[in-house]
Write a protein that binds this ligand. Structure first.
Ligand code: NAD
Length: 404
């Protein structure tokens, strides 16, 4: 069995807990992730900044503050905000002043709407900001979400929601106290292929579902926990499952339409490989659903690339491969009623997700991928690790909590 350490014992062992507690954290705070250190980073390579600043398109457009100017924010989200008709970038928050200035100028963000992590809480007095989008390493999701709610803003938070279910519960409670919306950025719920797959499964296009298989894997180059936050347990949790495998976990739930009643899992953490000094290399999980269907989920940072979702039913098999990327999806059904599907342009998922959040704020409509969904998934991830650690099948309540 691999050696598994809890996040708390890791933090204590490294002495990080005493090192940096931000403003909202205390020894009794459920948000222990604030023990991890915020560190401004340089502009990522390959970023294309807009030649002219995008324009606000509607009077009722939601002004959003982007927290964290990393690869995903700069390459995927910020350019797509211009495609979302009811949202505009109102403010930026970064730990790197030079990057903040460069990105702020390119996106036309006023200099007094550019914040550092330390002065983030001043957004309470900034009426140009209605919402914040947290696009930081996972360890900071809970702290910035709770601080944004304390400032009276709505929150869109990247996946995974947080490092623990305790943190997720604190985020949800903070949103309720502030009477503000919380959305988890599960973009596949707004992506035409996955939305069509959900519909096909509800309509029993492959008959009764028997077996779901998902695989989200890639082979990481040489790195260490100090060089790359995704390989650092205090910043990322256990590794590939939270980062990439969460897409397979999500697919298994939204394609089956069920919550698992039991989980058995195995983790692998090779010795002597600096990439996996703190995190797992692979996680293999089996979910058993009340209908009798079974889902087998694989995820790895050390295996050839895969991004597969497959549903085998009594009458056929749905295959989405690649399943959950930014673009390039392919989907077909094999078997009695074989056919290919091209339900739409996957790149519309970003603007659709952003508009869903903006509409929920402006029209007070429900959020499809709210904090409860993020919490559910983190509970399942905790159950997966418990099963692997204890070498047993874990039984689950319908909300994903472990029984016994
Ligand atoms: P990244 O490493 O490119 O950027 C992270 C940014 O966080 C940095 O640029 C920096 O601005 C900030 N930061 C503050 N403290 C840091 C620290 N100690 N170490 C590293 N960065 C620090 O990461 P990313 O790929 O942009 O991921 C950010 C978030 O977006 C994560 O939650 C990730 O899971 C999520 N994400 C989601 C998708 C998706 O498809 N939904 C894709 C990629 C990333």
């Amino acid at each position: 069995m691999p050696h598994t350490i809890s996040r708390r014992s890791f933090i204590e062992a490294t002495g990080a807990l005493a090192a940096t507690l931000t403003t909202t954290a205390s020894a009794t705070s459920p948000v222990q992730s604030t023990a991890a250190q915020l560190k401004g980073q340089p502009l990522p390579g390959g970023v294309r900044l807009p030649a002219t600043p995008p324009r606000r398109k509607r009077d009722d457009s939601v002004g959003i503050a982007i927290i964290g100017l990393g690869g995903y924010a700069l390459n995927q989200i910020m350019p797509r905000i211009d495609h979302a008709e009811r949202m505009h970038i109102a403010a930026l928050v970064s730990g790197n002043p030079a990057k903040l200035a460069q990105v702020g100028d390119a996106y036309g963000v006023p200099t007094d709407a550019r914040y550092s992590y330390a002065d983030f809480d001043r957004i309470v007095a900034d009426d140009r900001i209605q919402a914040v989008y947290v696009i930081l390493p996972t360890a900071f999701h809970a702290d910035f979400t709770i601080r944004a709610f304390a400032a009276g803003k709505h929150v869109l938070c990247e996946k995974p929601m947080a490092l623990s279910s305790t943190e997720c519960e604190a985020m949800i409670a903070a949103g309720r106290r502030a009477n503000r919306k919380l959305m988890i950025a599960y973009r596949c719920h707004f992506e035409p292929y996955n939305v069509e797959a959900m519909r096909l499964m509800r309509e029993k296009a492959v008959g009764t579902i028997r077996l779901i298989r998902t695989d989200q894997s890639y082979r990481a180059g040489p790195t260490t926990p100090a060089q790359n936050w995704r390989f650092n347990r205090a910043l990322a949790g256990g590794g590939p499952l939270e980062d990439y495998g969460i897409y397979g976990l999500q697919s298994a739930l939204y394609l089956s339409g069920e919550m698992p009643e039991s989980i058995s899992a195995a983790t692998f953490q090779p010795k002597g490989d600096p990439r996996f000094a703190e995190i797992f290399a692979h996680v293999a999980t089996q979910l058993t659903f009340p209908s009798g269907a079974v889902a087998q989920l694989a995820t790895s940072y050390d295996a050839a690339g895969a991004n597969l979702a497959q549903v085998r039913g009594t009458d056929g098999t749905l295959i989405i491969d690649p399943a959950t990327g930014y673009a390039g999806h392919r989907m077909r059904i094999e078997g009695r009623d074989a056919r290919d599907f091209t339900p739409g342009d996957p790149t519309t998922q970003f603007a659709a997700q952003l508009n869903h959040f903006a509409n929920a704020i402006r029209d007070d409509t429900p959020i499809l991928t709210g904090g409860e969904m993020g919490l559910r998934d983190i509970r399942l991830i905790e159950a997966i690790y418990a099963s692997a650690r204890e070498g047993r099948t874990v039984k689950l309540a319908p909300d994903g909590r472990m029984r016994g």
